[in-house]
Structure formats: C-alpha cells, structure tokens
Design a protein around this ligand. Structure first.
Ligand code: KG4
Ligand code: ZN
Length: 343
C-alpha cells in the first residue's frame, strides 16, 4: 500500500508546529514560535503560549498545505501531541486536531511528544535508525534519557531531570549573567571565548556516585545556584564578572553530565547507538563532546537536522505515519491533553 499522507500538530510548549509527511518523506515543517513574547518574563509563560498557539495555528496550517502542495482532503490521517507539556498549550492543539479530523472524517492519532522527538529521526537522510537505541532529549522543557527498543511499541524512560530542564538552566544562568532570553545561544556564544576550566562548577547527580537510584536522572538546579552564588560573591566585592569564563565553565558542567549519562546508558545496556534531540542540541560544545565520547566508546551518534530537533509538527506526523504503516488503530476522539503523559 502507498505511504500515508499525515498532518501533525504540535503545541506542547512555545512552538506551534504543523508538519506534513508522506510515509518517511518530509513535505512540510512549519514552525511558529512565541519565544519573543516570553522574552521579557525570562521563560515560557503558559497562558501566553496557549494564546499564541490559537493565533498561529491557522496561518501555519495554510502555509504547510501550500508548501506540501496538497489539499486537506488528500490527508490519510491527522496526528497531534497529546502530552506531556503545558496543559493549556496542549489543549489548543488537541482541540484543533479533533476538529480537523472530524470535519475531514479522517482518523486521528494522539502521540507522545517525547516519542515524537525520537520519531523525527525517520525523516533524516541517514536511513532508518536501528533498534534498540538510547535517546537523549534536551530542551527548555525536558531532559530525558530513553531506551527505545521499538519506536512504535516499546519506549522506556530511563531517567529525567528531577528539577530544571537543561535548556531552562541555560536560560536561568543567562539571566544571572545579564544576558537576554533565550539564554542557550547567548551562553553558547559567550562560552566560545571563555576557559571551561576556569571555575569548577558541580555536576548534579554525577556518575558513579549515584549508581543505583538516580543513575540516569539529571539535576541542574544545584548547578544554577552554584553559578548564582559564585557571581553574587564577586559582584558584592565589586569585582568584574568574567562572563565568558562563567559561561564556558557552566556549559562544560552541563555538557559533561549530559554526555556521561547518555554514554553510560549505551554502555550499561550494550547498545551502540545514541540519538540526540531537543533544542539544546544546537549547543556546539554538546555536539562536540557527544561525538568525542561516542567515538571513543564505539557508539553511532545520530543527530537529526536542527529543524527536526526543536519542537515541530513533522516529528509528530512521522511517528503517526510509522504507527499507521504498522497497522495501529487510531485514537478514539475521547482522549484529552495530558500534561504528564508518560512515554
Ligand atoms: O526544543 P526547544 O526549541 O523548545 C522548547 O524547549 O520548547 O528548546 C529551547 C531551549 C531553550 O531553553 C534554549 O535556551 C535552549 O533550548 N537552547 C540552547 C541553545 N540553543 C537553544 N541551549 C544551549 N545552547 C544552545 N546553543
Ligand atoms: Zn520537545
């Protein structure tokens, strides 16, 4: 049978994503971000994000259809992120997806946002990913380590952040340093001219100390507090803050712990494959250290194109497309947004 034509809707955080795929072929990936509207608050404001989705959905849908060169009536299915994420933001996408599926009389697939990040890989040019694989997903909203035995049927959460997400930590530290939101790219840039060994910041929940309970979990709030204190003491003493050195040392701490745990998971489970996803993957140092450590451990590292790493609708459509090709039943229309949906 022919590959299914699927439209995916993603509204779990601050990106309104509409993607269209035919099987594993990417036809459109429109992303409208409300990031600028959150800038003056220093982080994503749920109410603002939900409202922005309402406004952005229709134009994004129109643009995606035009880009893909299809009619809505051509679609074989509609897919949507039902969780995890911000409740109000999710609800906008779920409502729109239900309305679309009902009016077109097409099947609807509710999918998990985190599994969607893994699903993005099938749209890449490196050919289909082999399973099992370990996946490290790092963004402003999540920091999760997954063991993916099968994309459509067997995904296990190994660990996640117990406090701040990695991207959130970048944003908060940027704020401490007086850099604008979103802080990730700002810190990344400032770090380029800094010395990563200038300051030894703590690594949260490091290996091998937390061998058992928190082996695959992350913690970044202690690190953020350590940076805040380090800066505060020097500001109080009237000293100039070496922003590049602080940025580089902070970045090194985050990158060290993220890559160490991801590689440890690969080694522990004997899985020579690691997939990265999420907006923090834009971090140059993270990609560099991940590649070095993967090479040293004989692990194949996969990083989808950046437009597929940040939150987007194409990954949601891609995951649903895989489900459809495996004959999975559509979701009943009674599902709702679930902000804490487990994988
Ligand atoms: O996946 P994403 O676009 O969206 C959500 O989390 O919703 O990720 C955005 C996060 C922000 O926290 C941003 O500061 C961070 O990713 N980020 C980075 C970099 N670029 C974006 N963090 C570190 N280094 C970067 N170059
Ligand atoms: Zn995400």
């Amino acid at each position: 049978s022919e590959a299914p034509l699927v439209l995916g809707i993603e509204t779990s955080c601050d990106e309104t994503g509409i993607g269209i795929v035919r099987g594993r072929e990417l036809l459109a990936n429109v992303i409208a971000s409300s990031m600028d509207e959150h800038a003056r608050y220093g982080g994503v404001v749920p109410e603002v994000a939900a409202r922005a989705h309402l406004e952005a959905l229709r134009p994004a849908l129109t643009e995606a259809i035009a880009t893909a060169g299809i009619e809505l009536s051509d679609l074989d299915a509609v897919a949507v992120t039902s969780g995890p994420g911000l409740a109000g933001a999710l609800m906008v996408g779920v409502g729109a997806a239900k309305a679309l599926a009902l009016s077109l009389d097409k099947p609807l697939y509710a999918v998990n946002h985190l599994v969607g990040h893994v699903g993005a890989d099938v749209l890449g040019e490196d050919g289909p990913l082999e399973y099992p694989t370990i996946a490290l997903l790092v963004s402003g909203g999540h920091t999760s380590l997954l063991l993916v035995r099968d994309l459509t049927s067997d995904v296990e959460l190994l660990g996640e952040t117990i406090d701040d997400a990695a991207g959130e930590a970048f944003d908060k530290v940027a704020r401490i340093l007086g850099l604008p939101y979103p802080g990730g790219p700002q810190i990344d840039r400032a770090a380029e001219s800094g010395n990563p060994k200038a300051i030894r910041f703590p690594r949260g929940l490091t290996l091998p100390k937390d061998m058992d309970k928190h082996r695959y979990d992350f913690s970044f709030s202690g690190l953020k507090t350590a940076v805040a204190r380090w800066v505060e003491v020097r500001r109080d003493a009237g000293e100039e803050i070496p922003i590049s050195d602080v940025a580089a040392s902070f970045r090194e701490a985050v990158v060290d712990v993220l890559t160490a745990k991801a590689i440890a998971a690969c080694t522990d489970f004997g899985i020579p494959r690691l997939l990265l996803g999420g907006g923090v993957i834009a971090n140059a140092r993270l990609r560099e250290v991940a590649q070095q450590r993967a090479d040293a451990a004989g692990i194949e590292l996969r990083i989808p194109a950046f437009s597929l790493c940040t939150d987007n609708g194409a990954m949601i459509a891609a995951l649903a497309s895989e489900l459809i090709m495996e004959g999975a039943e559509p979701s009943s229309l009674s599902f709702g947004a679930d902000s804490t949906l487990p994988v």
